[in-house]
Design a protein around this ligand. Structure first.
Ligand code: HAM
Length: 418
């Protein structure tokens, strides 16, 4: 039997993993700079949280959840997204009692049972932010600009923002009526799933990617034309900010997003060079979610980025290849009996914050030099019987070719100042 990663999952190896580390560090740095603090929640939660939070009729809940029963009889689900868990934590820790407003960010794996293809995985990584406890339109703008800046800093090519407002429960019924009237006339042209959606969750039809449904929905009434005065004013303020900070954006009146908790602002970031799975992130306002989960009124907004797709788009744009960190100094020991002595120096240098390494594969002296070169070390430190007897090391600077005898007690200083 050959063991392989399950379909839709993969191992991330060097040097690609270095690109991941860079992207993750950038995202965290920018979020922290904007006043967000990290939150870590479990990778599985009670199934009910997602059914309630994301919505029973959503594609994610109906088809994509990894749900399992524990030996104790509980139903748990691997998180398909992290907004509902963060809101669960917000409530569980009564954050609303100690100053309702919070800015939180997170990074970690999510799981969806989707048809695996390029850019669509069954385990993938989310980086997201949630600004909890304010309906201020400027906060929508802040999150939109933050997501944009992270993606730009990561070097995502051909970036574009798609923006829409889907209104509030107050103005949605009028739109639903108009949509229903339109859909009734187009029903025969829709796919099987959309025929079902027409009964269960009509807004989702706007989200269908199938060509036949897109064609049938081409002249559908536009959601922004049905917004109530408050939602229209809110959306106007969001657009004003977006115009100011986002160089490439579009009003996408079909955009509704795949999760049911959204109200008012919704948005997606799309990248060039990714084909059909081109959404590198998405988000929006979810003013009712906390109440839906049993908490007080807590209007909130946020987004999540898909790190797998960010990395894919940066790779396809052919940017600099990430480099595995090289040792600053590689040790060559002449004779096996000196290896413990070499190891002592390696450990001490590492404790002085210098990346140092040595051979563990029984290589000849010549091969140890070759390894130092291959790894990209700046210095080679040679310890032979003569050096050991006099408390010295022969330090060769591979960038200049110069070499000198250095007392072992001064090695760290020489390398640090080298
Ligand atoms: P989402 O649009 O479902 O939103 O996911 C965000 C991003 O995760 C997508 O734009 C995409 O880049 C990536 N993604 C989703 N599914 C996959 C997959 N199967 N394989 C690879 N990447 C994927 C949310 O999850 C919301 N919680 C975002 C949010 C936060 N809304 C408000 N706050």
């Amino acid at each position: 039997m050959q063991y392989k990663t399950p379909s839709g999952t993969r191992d991330i190896l060097a040097p690609e993993v270095c690109l991941w580390q860079q992207m993750e560090a950038k995202a965290c740095e920018l979020a922290q700079r904007a006043g967000y603090t990290e939150i870590r929640t479990p990778v599985f939660e009670n199934t009910e949280l997602f059914v309630r939070g994301i919505g029973e009729a959503s594609e994610v809940v109906q088809k994509q959840m990894y749900t399992f029963e524990t030996p104790g009889g509980e139903s748990l689900t691997l998180r398909p997204e992290i907004t509902a868990p963060v809101m669960r934590a917000y409530l569980e820790h009564s954050m609303y009692k100690t100053g309702a407003f919070r800015k939180l960010y997170y990074l970690g794996p999510s799981f969806r049972y989707e048809r695996a293809q390029k850019g669509r995985w069954r385990q993938f990584s989310h980086f997201g932010v949630e600004a909890v406890g304010s309906a201020d339109a400027l906060l929508d703008v802040e999150t939109i600009a933050l997501g944009w800046d992270i993606l730009t800093e990561c070097g995502v090519p051909g970036l574009k923002l798609m923006l829409n407002s889907i209104g509030c429960p107050g103005c949605r019924p009028a739109y639903h009526d108009a949509l229903r009237q339109y859909v009734t006339k187009q029903k025969d042209k829709l796919c099987e799933d959309c025929a079902r959606r027409a009964e269960e969750n009509i807004l989702r039809i706007l989200d269908c990617k199938k060509e036949q449904c897109r064609a049938a929905m081409k002249d559908v009434p536009r959601i922004p034309d049905f917004l109530c005065a408050d939602c229209a004013e809110h959306f106007g303020a969001v657009r004003k900010g977006v115009e100011q900070y986002i160089p490439d954006w579009e009003l996408e009146t079909h955009l509704v997003r795949g999760l049911d908790y959204y109200t008012r602002t919704v948005y997606e970031y799309v990248a060039g060079e990714l084909g059909s799975q081109n959404a590198v992130g998405g988000g929006g306002r979810y003013d009712q979610l906390v109440e839906e989960l049993g908490g007080p009124e807590t209007p909130s907004v946020g987004f999540a980025l898909g790190l797998d797709r960010i990395v894919l788009s940066v790779q396809s744009a052919g940017g600099d290849s990430p480099v595995v960190r090289a040792p600053v100094v590689f040790f060559v020991s002449v004779g096996d009996e000196l290896r413990p002595e070499v190891q002592k120096m390696v450990v001490e240098l590492r404790r002085s914050s210098i990346a140092a390494d040595m051979d563990y594969e029984g290589r000849s002296v010549k091969a140890q030099f070759r390894a130092a070169n291959r790894l990209g070390a700046r210095f080679v430190a040679v310890l032979g019987p003569e050096e050991a007897a006099s408390g010295m090391v022969n330090l060769k600077d591979l960038s200049t070719g110069s070499q000198q005898q250095v007392p072992t007690s001064e090695l760290a200083d020489r390398i640090a100042n080298g």
